[in-house]
Design a protein around this ligand. Structure first.
Ligand SMILES: Nc1ncnc2c1ncn2[C@@H]1O[C@H](COP(=O)(O)OP(=O)(O)OP(=O)(O)O)[C@@H](O)[C@H]1O
Ligand SMILES: [Mg+2]
Length: 508
């Protein structure tokens, strides 16, 4: 018979330690389960399934069991025991993947329930399991003859019925290798219904793992999680194309930080969103029932998004230079960094929070982050102004239609007046020392709105008239006029580009 050496937890008061630690660390059950998904991804799983069980209840309203099942490389029996220990890891301080501390598995499971089982199978071997139950720990079940607490020995796995049914249904080639983490005695569930819990898992994992879902697919009760880029720049993601509104990207910026371990690359990505991006009725704000499915992403992933080794870990609304307010939801910023920079980004053990060091903020500022925030805010402001203008016009369709008819009628009169030798109308009208558009001009009569070609010709004629001026103009006057026009161009630019966007989306 094969002899196993029991592993000692190595702590004098493990039950008090475990009781205390379960209240630390995770914002919610979703972030705790993400630890287990991280482990599966790092075990090269192609599929990770979060499955709910209802053992001991007739209702499916609220789960009594949660399992995270993967088809990764699995663990040997020895490794299962090590994995269940606080601090037990085979990748101590490794920076190549998602885990490095050896706390994720026991901390996350115990933060949800009082009992967890690790079932694991390496290819070609049978599955083994170990269970750790907080009640048994308190009752001294894991205390050996010397008074030390030991992790129980692995035994043959007994896969619960709901999971073997799931595997039979969805793992068509069988379960060759992988790991199941089963959590029971769920005394710390944040959600009161399966439905609500599954919805949050789906939304959160879609964003958290949007870059990693290419190599590892995640399913919740058999339903695939769809990737969602919180910057809405990846057109293959469903939420990016639910309507005609699109995010607009600014050029991404790369920043290299030289570390003793070698150069580390940070990537800054930017986008901004049209004001109707999260609205169902595009003429109104995304409030209440008028908010579409994008709105929760804008709301929950607000500020600067930090992503570590391709996995989103935190959003910061406070920076040393500015605080992001609700209006800033339409500007999107992501800082992607490698785990070799964990110290500079102040990554916590649960890897779901960061505390950026002053040195790193400085480097981000040097890489243009502060300027980019200002620029994004400016763009969003212009788009909002343009929308307000557009809404104002659309609010009076009858008046506009009447104006158009009157304008056509006026233009007919004007042409006949011109034929009779009258002076042609000017595009601008001067009154009280200021200039205004003369909407009686024929260019505004084309189908009731300005024809872009005629309008362009008219504006060019106007420019040429202003710059060439009178024959007796001096060079100095001409230079001043050119400078004034250049200045004009600059201040008009943001507004005009917004208007152009809107005009481009309409057909003449
Ligand atoms: N799904 C899994 N497949 C294979 N091995 C796993 C799996 N989950 C955990 N392990 C093993 O268990 C160990 C402990 O996992 P745990 O999450 O506690 O720590 P970690 O991932 O090493 O570090 P961190 O605390 O940063 O998450 C891992 O190092 C890994 O060897
Ligand atoms: Mg881990």
């Amino acid at each position: 018979m094969q002899k196993h050496k029991a592993r000692k937890l190595g702590l004098t008061v493990p039950d008090a330690f475990v009781r205390g630690i379960r209240h630390l660390g995770y914002r919610s059950n979703v972030e705790a389960i993400a630890e287990l998904v991280d482990n599966a991804i790092q075990a090269y799983a192609e599929h990770v399934d979060i499955v709910f069980g209802y053992d001991g209840t007739d209702s499916q309203k609220k789960p009594t069991q949660i399992a995270v099942l993967d088809d990764g490389h699995g663990m040997t029996p020895d490794m299962i025991q090590l994995a269940m220990m606080w601090g037990g890891t085979h990748r101590e301080n490794d920076r190549s993947g998602l885990g490095r501390y050896g706390y994720g598995l026991p901390c996350s499971t115990m933060s949800i329930g009082k009992r967890f089982t690790v079932i694991s199978k390496v290819a070609g071997r049978s599955a083994k399991q170990v269970t750790l139950d907080l009640d048994d720990l308190n009752n001294g079940k894991y205390t050996d003859n010397e008074g030390d607490t030991v992790i129980p020995l692995p035994c043959d796995a007994e896969i619960p019925q709901f999971l073997s049914n799931y595997i039979n249904l969805l793992y068509l080639d069988g379960w060759e290798s992988g790991t199941i983490i089963l959590i029971e005695k769920l005394d710390r569930l944040d959600w009161t219904t399966t439905l609500g819990f599954a919805k949050h898992l789906d939304q959160c994992f879609g964003v958290t793992y949007h870059k990693l879902l290419i190599s590892t697919l995640i399913f919740i009760n058999g339903n695939p999680v769809s990737p969602t880029d919180p910057l809405f720049l990846d057109p293959s993601h469903t939420l990016c194309r639910i309507d005609n509104d699109r995010a607009i990207a600014l050029e991404p910026v790369s920043l290299i930080v030289n570390m003793p371990t070698g150069p580390a690359r940070i990537l800054l990505r930017y986008s901004y969103l049209p004001p109707s991006f999260a609205s169902i009725d595009k003429s109104r704000d995304a409030v209440g029932l008028n908010a579409n499915e994008r709105f929760p992403i804008l709301k929950d992933y607000h500020g600067i998004i930090f992503s570590r080794n391709g996995r989103l870990i935190d959003c910061k609304t406070k920076t040393p230079w500015t605080t992001f307010i609700n209006n800033d939801r339409y500007i999107r910023i992501e800082v992607e960094f490698p785990a070799s920079l964990d110290e500079l980004f102040g990554v916590t053990t649960a890897k779901q929070q960061i505390s950026v060091s002053p040195e790193m903020w400085d480097r981000l500022q040097e890489a243009g982050l502060v300027k980019a925030i200002e620029q994004l805010r400016g763009r969003v402001r212009s788009l909002k102004t343009a929308r307000t203008l557009k809404n104002t016009v659309c609010a009076f369709p009858k008046a506009v239609a009447r104006d158009k008819q009157e304008s056509i009628a006026r233009s007919k009169t004007t042409s006949s007046a011109r034929e009779k030798g009258h002076r042609p109308l000017l595009l601008f009208r001067a009154s009280n020392g200021s200039l205004s558009l003369n909407t009686d001009h024929p260019v505004f009569a084309h189908g009731g709105r300005p024809n872009p070609i005629t309008l362009q010709t008219a504006l060019e004629a106007l420019l040429s008239a202003i710059t060439n001026g009178r024959r007796d103009d001096t060079d100095i006057r001409r230079r001043i006029v050119v400078e004034i026009l250049t200045d004009w161009g600059r201040s008009l630019d943001p507004g005009l580009s917004s208007i152009t966007d809107i005009l481009a989306s309409e057909t003449y």
